[in-house]
Design a protein around this ligand. Structure first.
Ligand SMILES: [Zn+2]
Ligand SMILES: [Zn+2]
Ligand SMILES: [Zn+2]
Length: 761
């Protein structure tokens, strides 16, 4: 095979599960290009695709193609001077696409910020310049003979003895191949241009040079570690440069962040970078502030609040190695790092690490694989590790580093008290004993924290005269009643409508709230405690940039106050003046069809309990339930999360449920229920033909209507596949996905595949 026959393998922004072959661009001679070892892999290209032009990324160069030669089109343009993604990063991204059975384009391109996906040029800050050599300066037109284009380039370069960057030459119609011909003749060369006063050269993906090693790492002195913290830090830094997963188990106040900081200090001192994943940056301003305070290095944040320009700048700082610490939410796991040194996933149990639509990846799981490929240690921090992570510890794949509660040395943490509310009168969900307990703590000048895990005023609007309830016209769901601003809101599809004045069914004006959300809880508490400031924290109340910070500042002022909110309130914050923490309703975790509900409820209760009596004052924790005799709830209160988690793991093992088996959930949706049902039935039938299903290695459960069958005006049907061996399941999926893609009936319903689902909705 000739080099001229080489094709570029390009991934494009389409959901199709394949890459596309293109010829080298006409301006580029493949033979010269390959001889000069110019890397094309990792660069963006513009190509024509159908009738459109798309921006894609080269993921491979091959001399094999299944497309007839004459049908191949050349790439229209190569957009980058140097690869944007290293080959190692690309290999990982392609693995991710295979693992989740996603199109490689969607997956690989998700590692690029929007502006780069749109084809915006990326200029190195100090691009190398083409410069004439002495021989080139003396060259004459006659000496160049018939190489007219090369002569014109010499004339252009002569105007600027310091040289010109490729972008300028290109604007004059010269491509790199002309430059290279001058180089071969010894007439021109490419030189690095380094501005005065800057000792740092151009970033180069191929070499791992510690560019910023000489700058100071610390801006302030580290804190003194206690023995368990010291042990944790030593354990991780003794394994820098190798894959070493560790769970850092400790409640808020056990000093997890200081462990992260001191591990990162060592990583930076070695000239490497740290990637820190957090559930939600807006919720952890204190943590981010501590990183910035500690280090004299650039810390960049990647989160949904950035505009496209800011995102590109942060991405470049990370991938070119200028930023030493990259802190980001879920999608930051795809950020390329030039000198990766450690990955940290804080609050690793948090469900926000799983993307729940489109490309459904789990950032914690991907971080583990990435750490393994990059041979760096990874720390998973949590007070309530996920059962998946605890199972990894049990299997010996992950080191458990336990940080005891420092406050517990002087004071026993409170045992949560189960308050049975069977047959008790409730005022918007609050029982009299709970309200009395609040009064006691407020009278002592303390703060009270109440978690009510529902937004809005009331989850249901009901007519007292005829029993009509406000349902969503698009979903099998009730509309939530909001007061600010007044509206009905479906939390499943986002549909909003004005509040009716009278019942649409009977015409009476007796519309009542049923149950309570945080807005109503706030109203009831305000009536009961008129002199106490009430601070509500939920997704609705903290909209707008600085609202949450303002509210947190109010709380930290330390006066008596009531804090009411959703589980947002329980995440990561430190409230030293809170002495009573209460959960209004613990029941929906106990009797749910979702096998993960108990794990989540236990995590929430543990986090809420951790809010009470953090400092000098003794705390109290009250949990309202209709099932105070529930054995698991009692085990949690008496023995703590770890002991309950061990029991939940035993239950999961006995029922062959993850993490002791592997699942994939197929979903189909269509305007008509029959279409979705028929597609999933066809899939189930096709699966039955496969030996691994026939012999029972893979179980198929379904197809069944989704727990909420009608959502956004479409009917949802699902099919669950489960196997003890991951590889067996994935082989089956790899057979079924292309089959389904080609199935004509598949066009009548939209389908998706969720590998390792965490919600069966
Ligand atoms: Zn009515
Ligand atoms: Zn709402
Ligand atoms: Zn709806």
């Amino acid at each position: 095979m000739q080099v001229q026959d080489k094709v570029l393998q390009v991934v494009l922004p389409t959901p199709l599960r394949q890459w596309f072959d293109y010829l080298y661009p006409q301006s580029l001679d493949p033979a010269a290009d390959i001889a000069a070892e110019v890397p094309q892999v990792g660069k963006r290209v513009r190509v024509s695709f159908g009738r459109r032009e798309l921006i894609g990324l080269v993921v491979g160069v091959s001399d094999q193609t299944e497309v007839p030669r004459e049908k191949l089109k050349p790439v229209l343009a190569v957009l980058d001077e140097t690869p944007l993604l290293s080959e190692a990063m690309l290999a990982w991204l392609l693995w991710v696409a295979r693992y989740y059975h996603q199109g490689p384009g969607e997956c690989v391109l998700s590692a690029l910020p929007t502006l780069l996906r749109q084809g915006q040029p990326i200029e190195p800050e100090h691009p190398p310049h083409w410069q004439l050599t002495d021989k080139g300066l003396k060259m004459t037109a006659a000496g160049m003979g018939r190489a007219v284009k090369q002569w014109r380039l010499i004339e252009l370069l002569r105007l600027d003895p310091a040289g010109l960057p490729m972008s300028v030459l290109r604007a004059h119609g010269f491509e790199r191949d002309v430059c290279r011909r001058l180089q071969e003749k010894g007439l021109a060369h490419e030189v690095d241009v380094i501005p005065k006063g800057e000792g740092v050269g151009l970033p180069d993906l191929q070499h791992h040079t510690p560019v910023s090693v000489h700058k100071d790492v610390l801006a302030e002195s580290p804190l003194t570690l206690n023995a368990p913290q010291r042990e944790a830090v030593d354990c991780v830094i003794s394994r820098l440069g190798q894959f070493a997963p560790a769970v850092l188990l400790g409640v808020t106040g056990s000093g997890k962040t200081e462990v992260y900081l001191q591990v990162i200090e060592r990583v930076l001192a070695q000239g490497q970078q740290a990637l820190v994943l957090v559930p939600e940056i807006g919720l952890t301003p204190q943590t981010v502030a501590r990183f910035r305070q500690r280090f004299a290095r650039e810390v960049v944040l990647l989160h949904s609040g950035l505009n496209d320009r800011e995102r590109l700048a942060a991405w470049r700082a990370a991938s070119e190695g200028k930023a030493d610490i990259v802190i980001g939410t879920r999608s930051a796991v795809f950020t390329p790092l030039r000198r990766p040194g450690v990955i940290i996933v804080d609050e690793e149990h948090d469900a926000s690490f799983k993307q729940q639509d489109g490309f459904r990846y789990h950032a914690r799981d991907l971080a583990l694989v990435r750490a393994q490929r990059e041979q760096v240690p990874i720390m998973l921090g949590s007070a309530t590790p996920s059962l998946e992570t605890l199972a990894q510890v049990e299997r010996g794949h992950c080191t458990l580093l336990r940080l005891p509660d420092r406050a517990a040395a002087t004071r026993t943490p409170p045992v949560p008290q189960l308050l049975d509310i069977r047959n008790r009168r409730l005022q918007g969900g609050f029982s009299v004993p709970l309200l009395e307990a609040m009064q006691r703590h407020l009278d002592r000048g303390r703060q009270v924290l109440v978690v009510l895990n529902r937004r809005g005023f009331a989850p249901v609007l009901m007519c007292h005269a005829c029993g009509w309830v406000a349902g969503c016209q698009h979903c099998d769901a009730r509309m939530t009643w909001h007061r600010e601003p007044p509206r009905l809101h479906c939390h499943h599809c986002g549909h909003r409508q004005p509040l009716p004045d009278v019942c649409p069914q009977c015409g009476e004006a007796e519309l009542l709230p049923l149950g309570a959300g945080t807005e109503r809880g706030e109203e009831i508490l305000a009536a009961r405690f008129p002199d106490v400031p009430i601070i509500r924290i939920d997704r609705d109340s903290v909209r707008g940039k600085d609202r949450l910070q303002e509210k947190l500042a109010d709380i930290h002022a330390g006066h008596p106050a009531l804090l009411i909110g959703t589980q947002m309130l329980a995440k990561g914050h430190h409230f030293p003046q809170v002495t009573l923490a209460a959960v209004v309703d613990a029941d929906h975790g106990l009797y749910s069809s979702d096998p993960r509900a108990m794990e989540r409820m236990a995590q929430l209760l543990t986090q809420v309990a951790g809010r009470a009596g953090r400092e000098a004052h003794a705390g109290e924790v009250i949990i309202q339930t209709h099932h105070s005799d529930d054995p698991r709830l009692n085990l949690l209160c008496q023995s703590g999360y770890e002991v309950l988690a061990q029991q939940l793991l035993r239950e999961r093992r006995e029922s062959h449920w993850p993490p002791y088996s592997h699942q994939a959930l197929w979903r189909a949706e269509a305007p008509k229920p029959e279409a979705a049902q028929a597609l999933m039935q066809a899939l189930a039938d096709a699966a039955q033909q496969q030996p691994v299903v026939a012999n029972g290695s893979v179980f198929c459960l379904g197809p069944v209507p989704a727990p909420m069958e009608r959502r956004q005006g479409r009917y949802h049907v699902q099919l669950l596949m489960q196997a003890d061996k991951r590889s067996v399941l994935h082989q089956l999926l790899a057979t079924l996905v292309p089959w389904l893609e080609k199935l004509p009936e598949a066009r009548r319903a939209r389908w998706s595949l969720d590998v390792d689902p965490i919600e069966l909705l």
